[in-house]
Design a protein around this ligand. Structure first.
Ligand code: 0GY
Length: 309
């Protein structure tokens, strides 16, 4: 059991992240970016937010950087998790200690000052996250989010959105009106029990087709899968029910997809993935070296390190 430090008690049933992930068999290309991961605390240094819906075990920047090296990634994009609310200090501290090898996505409220936005940008923040998943956050009015989206244009920041597939019809017009690049977390969380060419996932594909400022992370098979990590027919193809969904997105929008581990995997109750196994999932959804390079290197570099191109 990993600790939660400070005056905090882990949420009951919380599964801790894998301490010794397998070395992936899939060798990541040089310059590969883990474009969705988090840091949690440590709680005694960076207390969890009062309004949080869960209390994780600590997962520090040093542990994240060790994972990066173990898996063979070159860089990270660290996404503010809801357990830290709009206090971005743990994430920003990680950016400041990453020697330029991490960028961040923050959570901000309407009252964020220009000075605070500037300081976050200087540290490496390149996006702001709007969360619509009801079990994770309290309601924020859309006019507040739109005001933020308009303000962050001055720093060239993008918006990351996290929502459930059933909510896309209702949120469509708001998402379509966002005046910046938009990155969707985890393919909009499709229900993979439904057909990959059924109405719900077709709607998601249509949304991306109609809006060329919209990108998608093809991450979190462990969160979406119903078939799980088991080897099937003697073959090691984990999360096989997610493959057609992620592959369809990668093959259709190869210049607008990102991949990330989602380490340390908040809120998983049934099974905690081995991050090495997650990396071995990549060639199933991006089957050619060209697609792999776009997904892991070209796209995240263009979005998060454009100055290096
Ligand atoms: C993820 C997924 C989850 C949690 C959060 O910020 C968060 O707390 O994003 C989730 O529970 O589905 O991307 O980490």
């Amino acid at each position: 059991m990993k600790p939660t430090t400070g005056a905090f008690e882990k949420t009951p049933g919380w599964l801790d992240w894998f301490e010794r992930p397998a070395k992936p068999r899939f060798v990541l290309p040089p310059g590969a970016v883990d474009a969705h991961c988090h840091v949690f605390g440590p709680g005694e240094q960076f207390p969890y937010a009062a309004e949080r819906k869960y209390t994780p075990c600590d997962a520090s920047k040093d542990q994240l950087f060790a994972l990066r090296d173990q898996l063979g990634f070159d860089k990270n994009v660290i996404v503010q998790a809801t357990c830290h609310g709009s206090d971005n200090s743990a994430m920003v501290d990680a950016l400041r200690h990453a020697s330029g090898r991490a960028r961040g996505v923050a959570t901000v409220k309407r009252d964020v000052t220009d000075q605070a936005l500037q300081a976050m940008h200087d540290a490496g923040v390149r996006g702001v996250r709007f969360n619509f998943v009801k079990r994770l956050v309290d309601f924020t009015p859309q006019d507040e989010m739109m005001e933020i989206a308009n303000r962050i244009r001055a720093w060239g920041l993008h918006v990351v959105i996290y929502f459930e597939a059933v909510d896309l019809p209702e949120l469509w017009s708001f998402f379509a009106a966002l005046p910046v690049t938009v990155v969707i977390d985890h393919m909009g969380r499709p229900n993979v029990a439904q057909p990959v060419d059924g109405p719900a996932f077709n709607l998601f594909m249509q949304f991306m087709q109609r809006h060329d400022n919209v990108w998608s992370k093809v991450s979190c098979p462990e969160r979406l899968s119903l078939s799980g990590p088991q080897a099937l027919n003697g073959e090691q193809q984990a999360y096989q029910d997610v493959v057609p969904f992620a592959r369809r997105v990668v093959e259709t929008f190869s210049d607008r997809v990102l991949w990330g581990t989602d380490w340390p995997h908040p809120n998983l109750k049934d099974h905690m993935p081995d991050d090495g196994l997650l990396v071995d999932f990549i060639p199933h959804i991006a089957p050619t070296p060209d697609l792999q390079h776009k997904l892991l290197v070209d796209n995240p570099t263009r979005l998060y390190w454009p100055e290096s191109l």
